[in-house]
Design a protein around this ligand. Structure first.
Ligand SMILES: CC(C)(COP(=O)(O)OP(=O)(O)OC[C@H]1O[C@@H](n2cnc3c(N)ncnc32)[C@H](O)[C@@H]1OP(=O)(O)O)[C@@H](O)C(=O)NCCC(=O)NCCS
Length: 167
């Protein structure tokens, strides 16, 4: 029996442990971490999956923005990390966490969604695509086809040039 809880119900140490297990302890150098530096996760869009009392997965979302060359900023919500404990991966927890977050985002997101992730997973199941992100830039290395985005809650995607970074 899997329960979906607000991530704030889980001790921060347990969340860090699952992120280390899914991504490795060297994960802090990743571009995704620079993107949302100094920001706190959005409580209404961050969840934990708990199975029989044990934490098996987490999802966090962050307030970021697309900063255009003319100085205008469009709020975006960065999705991720999505992390599932390695020994229970491919058991549906990732899909459950994403579906729960997307449902909440339909009313709570204050910007379109963006993420760095595998299009084979996030495109196939959740409608993310790289079509709108070709002119975007990130503060670190990334593969263009993995910079994904998706409209939500009436918020469309900025398609022009812009640097993604903290709000
Ligand atoms: C990626 C991740 C969140 C997926 O969650 P999960 O619970 O393992 O996967 P699910 O059970 O929800 O989905 C399983 C399906 O997705 C596919 N899938 C899982 N990860 C995939 C990936 N990275 N690329 C393509 N397909 C993937 C599986 O093949 C399976 O498809 P099938 O049903 O046709 O067999 C999880 O495996 C994980 O934490 N991985 C390590 C960290 C990571 O890469 N996170 C994502 C970047 S933010």
């Amino acid at each position: 029996m899997v329960e979906l809880l607000p991530l704030s119900d889980i001790t921060p140490l347990a969340v860090e442990d699952i992120l280390d297990a899914a991504f490795g302890a060297d994960r802090f150098g990743r571009t995704a971490y620079r993107l949302r530096q100094g920001m706190d996760a959005i409580p209404a869009l961050s969840f934990a999956a708990v199975e029989d009392g044990e934490l098996v997965g987490t999802i966090q979302c962050w307030p970021v923005a697309h900063h255009a060359p003319d100085g205008s900023a469009t709020p975006l919500v960065m999705v991720g990390p999505v992390a599932v404990r390695p020994d229970v991966q491919r058991g549906g927890h990732g899909r459950l966490l994403m579906a729960h977050m997307l449902e909440a985002a339909e009313t709570a997101a204050d910007g379109a969604l963006m993420m760095i992730g595998d299009p084979e997973y996030y495109g196939r199941f959740f409608g993310f695509a790289a079509d709108a992100t070709g002119a975007w830039n990130l503060p670190g290395p990334y593969e263009k086809h993995r910079l994904l985005a998706r409209a939500v809650n009436g918020h469309g995607l900025p398609t022009g040039a812009g640097m993604i970074g903290p709000r």
